[in-house]
Design a protein around this ligand. Structure first.
Ligand code: 4FV
Length: 267
């Protein structure tokens, strides 16, 4: 699985340009018995198989010899959720050893002194840790200085700040009758930045409010939300003023890209 991965895309380019080095160690090559067995039935019974401790321990120790300063990370659903912050912290390290399990799991005794961290890419079950390892490697490699050319910098990514990315548009200016927001064609970079900031805030507010609830908001964000609150307040006042809870208002379901509409706050 890694053979292709090491020769493809951002990771392939980063290896070719020597921004990173990467290698794999097959755990089965560390199984010394005639049939090179790496799994066995679980003590206490039950379905599925468990990864045996001996080949895995030998493999991890072999990897630690090759990379003594690297922490050993096991990909497991029981791990700490992997996110951009984790990726940033890993990118600050010299390197890391990723252990990709298979079967129901690995013998618990491996955790005692051979695994430094457990990381999960999400609350779902994979057949093996390989894909999870690739996700971690890709996310971290993008943050290595020099890997992403000038044209796209990781700094602008979603989660690089604490907001989702603004809406993106490219040619044609008219796609099936849908226009690109005029501000983006204005060349007025201050207005464009303002629009992009506001669309990021509204998208985050609507799609991932948790990203705003669990952190201190910036002064700019607070001001914008207050401005929206007062705008919404005015609308509600106006509604109650004309005492109508107009059905038309309700039906009026505005299919609005709400993230791409002309006025950023037109959510
Ligand atoms: C997983 C995850 C994951 C569990 C048993 C491999 C599988 C099998 N790893 N985030 N979610 N691993 O499902 O990291 O050994």
């Amino acid at each position: 699985m890694f053979h292709e991965f090491w020769n493809y895309g951002i990771v392939g380019r980063a290896i070719a340009q020597k921004h990173i080095s990467a290698s794999t160690l097959n755990i089965r090559d560390c199984a010394l018995d005639k049939h090179r067995v790496t799994d066995d039935r679980p003590y206490g019974g039950g379905c599925g198989m468990v990864m045996k401790p001996e080949p895995l321990a030998r493999a991890i120790r072999e990897a630690k010899q090759q990379a003594p300063s690297s922490a050993t990370i096991l990909l497991t659903p029981q791990g700490r959720p992997f996110n951009q912050e984790t990726a940033r912290s890993f990118a600050r390290e010299d390197g890391f050893i990723l252990v990709c399990g298979r079967y129901e799991g690995i013998d618990e005794r491996i955790f005692y002194d051979l695994v430094d961290h457990e990381v999960s890419i999400g609350d779902y079950i994979l057949t093996g840790g390989e894909l999870a390892a690739m996700i971690v490697i890709e996310a971290v490699t993008r943050l290595i200085p020099g890997v992403l050319g000038g044209e796209d910098s990781a700094e602008l990514d979603s989660f690089s700040g604490d907001l989702l990315e603004h809406a993106h548009f490219t040619r044609p200016p008219d796609f099936e009758g849908q226009q690109v927001p005029k501000v983006l064609l204005s060349g007025n970079h201050r207005e464009i930045e303002k629009w992009r900031f506001e669309t990021s805030v509204v998208r985050t507010f609507l799609k991932r409010p948790d990203l705003m609830e669990n952190r201190a908001l910036t002064r700019q964000e607070v001001e914008l939300l207050k401005e929206w609150c007062s705008r919404i307040e005015r609308i509600v006042q106006a509604q109650s003023a004309c005492g109508t809870d107009s059905p038309s208002g309700r039906q009026q379901k505005r299919r609005d890209h709400c993230f791409g509409g002309d006025k950023p706050g037109s959510a």
